[in-house]
Design a protein around this ligand. Structure first.
Ligand code: CAA
Length: 384
């Protein structure tokens, strides 16, 4: 067993840390306050090759492994989780899904610019459209329909809570082609935002990750060419589940980063803030909080890296990615709340960053499968 990172992994980790501190930290409070999408940061992240980290260089990607992705996600999420969710969706839900299951034409046309995060110098990213007003955790209850019209499908319906909703150029849309077949009647389509009949709803005004653009997207008689269906007829739900297994490693790493960022700030603050005649780090009440934070963060990191290692080594990672996500996201919520507590009143104001990290942590227990959904996946795996 090997617990050391390679030289290459350390280099990627450092590049991500430097990027987060020089490019994401300036302006993070203002972007959060004004819900400003971090376009400039995403364009620069694309230049670093981090928008298609795991995609093969044959399709414009960086050809890195999932362990590298976890390391980069942690570093960027320590500073700005609105940047990292955009990165995560583009990498593991959109690009991975296309590379694993798309055909050659689909990969050349869509994956190459997605992996590079740009096309002709303009931002080019993707979004994953599974959730609906009445199909969140209950994802098989899709109401969006795609009617087979011969050489095209006619797409109608509405999707909710879509990350990168207005900034994406390409959507992967799950839709029902045959209700009678249940989950086996769901397909997945590549849909371009610019096509007639696609409407982007208003931006959601959120508690956290306020820089990321979350929208509902509606489809009215959108003509989707036959060649834009991914995989065989009826593959859509399996596509969604398999893709989400990898996505959950990304969100687990995001939660890990939020927890680490909050912990590092609490640790630094405890060394300079004095109370009762000494730095608060000398009080056992604070020491025990820091000890628990460090322990839970390390356990989260190991779960994330194990899931990533399994994915890189062709081992089924459905169970480990759900374990990593539920544990890391609950850790992020707990650690960030305790980090606010360590800061006292200062933790409650924006300049000290930890209140934002606490707000950002909450979504990691909800998106890409709530903690309850992760427990369904885990219990089914251990009880079968
Ligand atoms: N891999 C392959 N196939 C899978 C699978 C997996 N991981 N999980 C389920 N399936 C298959 C099942 O085998 C089943 O097929 P059969 O009928 O042939 O056996 C079929 O899919 C239906 O599965 P279930 O019977 O298990 O379905 P269920 O209704 O009990 O639901 C669930 C299971 C785990 C709760 C699932 O619905 C789920 O994961 N829900 C959460 C959805 C989710 O994560 N949404 C996130 C939205 S995306 C997002 O948040 C992105 C963002 O913007 C940040």
């Amino acid at each position: 067993m090997q617990f050391q990172l390679s030289e290459e992994h350390l280099m990627i980790q450092k590049a991500a840390r430097d990027f987060a501190n020089t490019e994401c930290l300036p302006g993070v409070i203002e972007r959060d306050e004004h819900q400003k999408f971090p376009k400039e940061q995403i364009m620069k992240l694309a230049e670093l090759g981090f928008m298609g980290m795991m995609v093969s260089p044959d399709y414009g990607g960086s050809g890195m492994d999932t362990v590298s992705y976890v390391l980069a996600m942690e570093e960027i999420s320590k500073v700005d989780a609105s940047v990292s969710v955009c990165m995560s969706v583009n990498n593991s839900l959109v690009s991975w899904g296309l590379e694993a299951f798309g055909n050659e034409e689909q990969k050349k046309k869509y994956l190459t610019p997605l992996a590079q995060g740009q096309k002709d110098g303009e931002l080019y990213i993707g979004a994953f459209l599974l959730s609906e007003p009445e199909a969140g955790s209950d994802a098989t209850s899709q109401r969006t329909t795609a009617e087979d019209k011969g050489d095209y499908y006619l797409l109608n319906g509405i999707k909710n809570w879509i990350t990168n909703g207005s900034s994406a150029s390409v959507y992967l849309v799950m839709a029902q082609t045959d209700v009678a077949k249940g989950p086996k009647g769901i397909n997945v389509f590549i849909v371009e935002k610019a096509w007639p009949g696609v409407t982007v709803g208003a931006k959601e005004n959120k508690l956290g990750i306020r820089g990321s653009d979350t929208h509902s997207i509606s489809f009215t008689d959108v003509k989707v060419p036959k060649e834009n269906r991914i995989g065989a007829d009826g593959f859509g739900f399996t596509f969604a589940m398999k893709t989400l297994s990898g996505g959950r490693i990304g969100i687990a790493s995001q939660a890990l980063g939020i927890a680490s960022g909050a912990y590092e700030r609490a640790l630094a603050y405890s060394k300079q803030r004095k109370a009762f005649g000494k730095e608060i780090m000398h009080h056992q009440a604070i020491q025990f909080k820091l000890a628990d934070m460090a322990t839970r963060i390390e356990a989260s990191r190991l779960l994330c890296l194990k899931a990533a290692w399994e994915k890189d080594n062709g081992i089924d990672y459905t169970l480990s990615s759900s374990m990593a996500k539920v544990y890391a996201s609950e850790t992020a919520m707990w650690v960030s709340t305790e980090a606010v507590q360590v800061h006292g009143g200062y933790g409650y104001v924006k300049e000290f960053h930890v209140e934002r990290l606490m707000r950002d942590a909450k979504i990691t227990q909800i998106y890409e499968g709530t903690s309850e959904v992760q427990r369904i996946v885990i219990s089914r795996a251990i009880l079968k």
